[in-house]
Write a protein that binds this ligand. Structure first.
Ligand SMILES: Cc1cc2nc3c(=O)[nH]c(=O)nc-3n(C[C@H](O)[C@H](O)[C@H](O)COP(=O)(O)OP(=O)(O)OC[C@H]3O[C@@H](n4cnc5c(N)ncnc54)[C@H](O)[C@@H]3O)c2cc1C
Length: 275
């Protein structure tokens, strides 16, 4: 499937579920750039590739099928991994790119941006502050990069990952995060399911949205108190409605949105716009 723009190769494809994959990508003879955990790359394949896993037509069919369809994807691998980049990709049934990426297998080629970008990083979090990382679905990807990178030198601040998903099979990093929670007193993992009644075996963990985990104080016992704007920065990644609702809840508790102009404790990365 080589196209003249392809510059990288899939080295590994892990099927988390029929609509969710981890893809490791290796550059073809060029050096991966340094990046800050939390940043994203742009991936692209031509519209001539088949769409996999959906019967629905695409919302935005490519005008020229030979042209690359390109979108942003957060990097899930550690910034210390120099041979490959890992992505965690979910199927959007009416999408143009994700159904084509879902069809890629080891050896297939694609285009990957040679620079990685984004401001959704821990760089502006003061050293003494804790970090609560809240995700829906594939929004956990940038947090995997942050945690996998930071753990190599020992977690210097407290981290918590809240991960909301429909089903337990959508918690693609469950084992890794559960193990980390068990071995590191600095790390807390709080997964929650919105459709627990559809589980094949009983789910005894948290249920409902990540917003409810926060308002129910699910972290407070582990941390010995509720996080405050003075001691914690909160990251929000994934679904726009979660980001909207969590921002409202946090602002009610005195947290402020972070921007270049006005430093604050709420950092957000929205994956798509709700129409
Ligand atoms: C900074 C950044 C990082 C991102 N990182 C990741 C990542 O790590 N993993 C990942 O899977 N995606 C990630 N995304 C989303 C990704 O860029 C694409 O938008 C997504 O894969 C859908 O692309 P598509 O071409 O299949 O759908 P499109 O053709 O772009 O969209 C089709 C329709 O679906 C809607 N839509 C798009 N995404 C979703 C969604 N997730 N759920 C419901 N509706 C949606 C669109 O609004 C549109 O109406 C990221 C986005 C941004 C901005």
């Amino acid at each position: 499937m080589a196209t003249k723009q392809s510059n990288a190769t899939v080295s590994q494809r892990i099927e988390v579920g029929p609509e969710l994959i981890k893809l490791r990508v290796v550059p073809d003879g060029w050096e991966l750039p340094d990046f800050t955990p939390g940043q994203f790359a742009t991936l692209g394949v031509p519209g001539t590739l088949p769409r996999i896993g959906t019967d629905l037509p695409e919302d935005r069919p490519p005008k020229d099928p030979e042209k690359l369809i390109a979108r942003a994807y957060s990097i899930a691998s550690s910034s210390r991994a120099k041979e490959y980049v890992e992505f965690y990709i979910g199927l959007v049934h009416t999408g143009a790119l994700s159904p084509r990426l879902l069809g890629l297998k080891p050896g297939d080629r694609l285009w990957m941006s040679e620079k990685f970008k984004g401001m959704f990083t821990l760089q502006e979090v003061p050293e003494e502050c804790n970090a609560v990382l809240i995700a829906t679905g594939t929004g956990v990807a940038p947090y995997m990069s942050m945690i996998r990178t930071e753990i190599a030198s020992g977690l210097k601040r407290r981290f918590a990952v809240f991960h909301g998903a429909y089903h337990s099979t959508d918690l693609g990093y469950h084992s890794e995060l559960q193990t980390l929670d068990a071995v590191s007193p600095q790390f807390t993992y709080l997964p929650t399911l919105s459709h627990p009644h559809e589980e094949l075996t009983p789910w005894n963990g948290h249920t409902g949205f990540v917003q409810k985990l926060w308002t129910d104080g699910a972290l407070d016992e582990a941390w010995g108190g509720h996080p405050t704007p003075e001691d914690t920065h909160v990251f929000l990644c994934g679904h726009p409605l979660m980001i909207e609702e969590m921002t409202e809840i946090l602002e009610g508790e005195g947290f402020v949105k972070h921007s270049k102009k006005e430093p604050g404790q709420i950092h957000a990365e929205q994956y798509f716009v709700k129409l």
